[in-house]
Design a protein around this ligand. Structure first.
Ligand code: ASP
Length: 330
């Protein structure tokens, strides 16, 4: 179910690009993709998701409207999604099979491909800020364990209590999965167990950035790390091509280097963002048990939001046009 914000701008038709568009910002975000049954989503619940998506979009757009950077915009949008208990990141993160929350996050700056990531952490209220601290305060790209937490503390980040991160819905999802496993009746549909948040943006100066944050997959094995913090898999940004944030069955995103594959198709094969993103989501991922989707923006500010499963919580503004939020197809 590919989705493009602006069908006329497909196929890399640079002729459609106006000078005007090049000075306008674009931003897109997701709150996870997977089995989002229309029938079981009440009107009230849907309204709650749309409101949370709108708030996060506005948090990012406000930065861009004030001529802020794409990097600050994706940080702000992802922080808002991490703070919303509805999504699987920060507050509301899923539990691993030991009943522990282990969070992964990454951020990348398209200006110079600087990047920062953390994996398997618990404590910082906004894991995306811990990833950003790795990028800005260390000589490294990825940190884990006590070292990552020490850096976050030194950066002055707010830490939160377990109560802040806990949600009844995620705890119940873990119990349901463990019960199914114990009885051998597990429907091990990965699409049922995942979710993530992420954002991409192009600012008015033409710079791109991507940020992604997740609790991973419900009942994951302790120590498992997904695609989110792996640069080039769940998160990627390069001003020359595009910025991408993925959500879905992380192992497949890693094996297919999903986010970087989109950039490579643009760079080496001259594909449009829409075609490159569709290929990766509908071919590479979909045909290899990789349910999920992604949000992406290219150097011209065009947005693509493809997904290959039932739904993807998503929101976008392209070229400073109207804001949209969606869950299912239309
Ligand atoms: N990609 C994430 C992971 O595998 C989960 C998700 O996005 O749904 O950790």
């Amino acid at each position: 179910m590919p989705e493009r914000m602006d069908p006329e701008n497909r196929a890399g038709s640079r002729g459609n690009r106006t000078e005007d568009q090049m000075t306008k910002f674009s931003i897109a975000l997701h709150g996870g993709a997977g089995t989002i049954r229309k029938a079981s989503l009440t009107e009230d619940a849907a309204a709650g998701y749309h409101a949370a998506l709108r708030d996060a979009l506005e948090a990012g757009a406000a930065v861009l409207r004030a001529d802020g950077t794409a990097l600050d915009a994706v940080t702000a949008a992802v922080m808002a999604l991490e703070d919303a208990p509805l999504f699987n990141a920060g507050r509301g993160a899923v539990f691993n099979s030991d009943g522990v929350q282990e969070m992964d996050a990454a951020i990348m700056d398209g200006r110079d491909r600087r990047a920062g990531a953390v994996a398997g952490i618990f404590g910082p209220r906004n894991p995306i800020l811990a990833a950003r601290a790795v990028m800005e305060r260390s000589a490294h790209v990825m940190m884990i364990g006590e070292g990552a937490l020490k850096l976050a503390r030194e950066a002055g980040l707010t830490f939160a209590d377990p109560d802040h991160f806990f949600t009844e819905a995620r705890w119940k999802a873990l119990q349901d999965t463990l019960r199914m496993r114990a009885t051998g009746a597990e429907d091990d549909d990965p699409a049922r167990r995942h979710g993530t948040v992420g954002a991409v943006a192009r600012d008015r100066a033409g710079n791109l950035a991507a940020a992604t944050s997740t609790g991973g997959m419900t009942a994951k094995t302790p120590g498992r790390v997904g695609d989110t913090p792996i640069i080039g898999s769940g998160t990627f940004a390069d001003n020359a091509t595009c910025a991408v944030s993925g959500t879905g069955h992380g192992e497949v995103f890693i094996r297919f280097a999903a986010a970087h594959e989109i950039a490579a198709r643009i760079r080496h094969a001259g594909q449009s963002l829409a075609d490159a993103a569709d290929w990766v989501v509908m071919q590479d991922l979909a045909k290899n048990d990789g349910s999920g989707g992604l949000v992406a923006v290219d150097a011209q500010g065009r947005v693509a939001l493809p997904f290959n499963c039932e739904g993807m919580y998503r929101a976008a503004i392209e070229h400073e046009g109207p804001a949209m939020t969606r869950i299912h197809d239309a």
